[in-house]
Write a protein that binds this ligand. Structure first.
Ligand SMILES: Cc1ncc(C[n+]2csc(CCOP(=O)(O)OP(=O)(O)O)c2C)c(N)n1
Ligand SMILES: [Mg+2]
Length: 511
């Protein structure tokens, strides 16, 4: 057995069975090991940002890591933006980065770079393998670290891959989430028993069924609203689940929204801050008159904390669930509101909705709380180009469910190669491509910045015409069938056709 084989065997033994890869020369022993050791599905992605975004989507849906296999510093660097999103999501990911043979490094060959410096900011765990014999143990540690909800990065020099190694390492037990102390539960209960209107701001595991059900009990006991961050890693929502309102994106609106609450208890996330700093607008979104208190931070056992809080408040056994009905079908021309209502009116039970629809997606979230139960995945780190890769990984994790990539056009252009992987792997992904032919959000930001009449540069830098992107041709060229419906009825028919057929499809919605 060589080092590469000991790594793959360790991965298989640790329950890791998918590798999103874009390899090069320094990863050849690992590529060979993916054949000589059974148990890992190798999936080629044509850009490293697709590998990392897919691993993020896989981690969010499978609650265990996939591997990425990336080529030296430059290959890894191409994947950083989506690792940034994965880090913000608390996703389990294990990156394997091939590196020059240890004795070759001193010669400063063209692809040599400081991989640690590139990897540190997005990696919660980072290590360089020093000997082939360490490969297995280092891999087991990387997997255990990732399972705690982090991006773990292992730099594997080529000679450590090809030299002889020992047996694979047994799985290491990941550390469990930190329990919230009784005093913290009691303090939150005390606060929530007080006067005034209340909200719970939820994130992380609080947005999964168990956490949500406990939060809904608390909400019912003290008449509180349930709120989540604007961009969530994974929210279980829909009929039968508690309704959770999204914090508005723009800080003025978020502050106004929160000003309706005297008490804000934060569980599974951090106190909210503005996405950007704007002149004269506070960074911290909690208004002056609101008392915020953190019950459970990310990494804490938030579901158990919410259950304990519900019990401490003597809450009823169940909370309220969504009362909204699924919207009925709409007719008419396609705009964000008719698009959102149409999608919510036909999405199948158990859908996984990956929302990188940006400005076109807002109406959907407002009308879909009564849709059949589904998972909703957001752009946690704000680095665009995440949606199509994330949908790809989610589809690999959940082959029995339909994935809906609800996707803005500008963001799609970063990582459109994901469509090819969806075609090659026959993944059940329906991409709803919101073609507004602009960086619409940046046009709104220009207006917010007081630029009433954008000049030619500002217009050119926020506009996606000249030429207009033909998304249907692009998709077909990458092996994905595509259609451009005209009006809401045709859109509903195209969606239903895609949901009924296996494999990917792209539906271009001209807005
Ligand atoms: C990696 C990365 N590069 C650039 C940006 C800046 N940025 C934010 S939104 C945006 C344009 C989004 O346009 P689109 O995806 O078409 O959505 P729309 O605003 O049109 O709804 C850009 C370039 C970013 N957030 N992340
Ligand atoms: Mg756009």
């Amino acid at each position: 057995m060589n080092g590469a084989e000991s790594l793959i065997r360790t991965a298989v033994g640790g329950g890791v069975d998918v590798c999103f890869a874009n390899p090069g020369t320094t990863e050849m022993p690992l590529v060979a090991a993916l054949d000589s050791v059974a148990g890992v599905r190798s999936i080629l992605c044509l850009f490293e940002g697709v590998c990392t975004g897919a691993a993020d989507g896989f981690g969010r849906m499978a609650d265990r890591p996939a591997l990425t296999l990336l080529h030296l510093g430059p290959g890894f660097a191409n994947g950083i933006a989506n690792l940034h999103n994965a880090r913000r999501a608390g996703s389990a990911v294990v990156n394997l980065i091939g590196e020059h043979a240890t004795w070759h490094l001193a010669h400063d060959a063209p692809l040599t770079s400081d991989i640690e410096s590139l990897a540190r900011p997005s990696s919660g765990w980072l290590r360089r393998v020093l000997h082939a014999g360490d490969m297995a143990g280092d891999t087991a540690e990387a997997i255990a670290a990732a399972r705690q909800g982090c991006v773990a990065t292992l730099i594997a020099p080529a000679d450590c891959q090809w030299e002889a190694a020992e047996a694979p390492a047994p799985p290491r037990q990941p550390a469990p989430p930190t329990p919230v102390a009784d005093a913290g539960i009691a303090a939150a209960a005390e606060l929530l028993r007080g006067e005034g209107s209340k909200a719970l701001l939820l994130g992380g595991a609080a947005l999964r069924r168990r956490g949500l059900e406990a939060a809904a009990r608390v909400a019912r006991a003290v008449d509180a609203r349930l709120v989540c961050d604007t961009f969530v890693a994974r929210l279980e929502r829909g009929a039968g689940l508690p309704t959770v309102d999204r914090l508005p994106y723009f800080p003025e609106q978020a502050i106004e929204f929160l000003s309706h609450f005297q008490t804000l208890v934060v569980a599974g996330t951090r106190e909210p801050v503005s996405f950007f700093g704007y002149e004269g607008v506070p960074s911290r979104l909690t208004p002056e008159g609101t008392t915020a208190s953190v019950l459970a931070a990310p990494g804490d056992d938030v579901a158990a904390a919410l259950e304990a809080l519900a019990d401490a408040l003597g809450a009823p056994a169940t909370g309220h669930v969504a009362e909204a009905a699924r919207p009925s079908r709409v007719t008419g021309s396609l705009a964000p509101d008719t698009l959102g209502a149409t999608l919510a009116s036909v999405q199948p039970e158990g859908a996984i909705v990956v929302d990188e629809a940006a400005t076109s997606g807002l109406p959907y979230t407002l009308v879909s709380s009564g849709a059949p139960p589904h998972d909703y995945l957001g752009l946690t780190g704000g680095a665009i180009g995440q949606g199509l890769p994330c949908a790809t990984g989610a589809a690999v994790a959940c082959p029995d469910r339909r994935v809906i990539a609800f996707q803005a056009d500008g963001s799609a252009a970063y990582t459109v190669q994901a469509l090819w992987t969806q075609a090659r792997e026959s993944l059940d992904v329906t991409t709803v491509l919101c073609s507004n032919r602009s960086y619409r959000i940046l046009q709104l930001e220009l207006a917010r910045a007081g630029v009433a009449e954008p000049g030619p540069a500002a217009r050119s830098l926020t506009d996606l015409t000249r030429p207009e992107i033909d998304w249907c041709s692009l998709a077909r060229g990458l092996g994905v069938p595509a259609t451009r419906p005209d009006g809401a009825e045709e859109l509903a028919a195209a969606l239903e056709k895609s949901f009924a057929e296996p494999g990917p499809m792209l539906i271009e919605v001209l807005l």
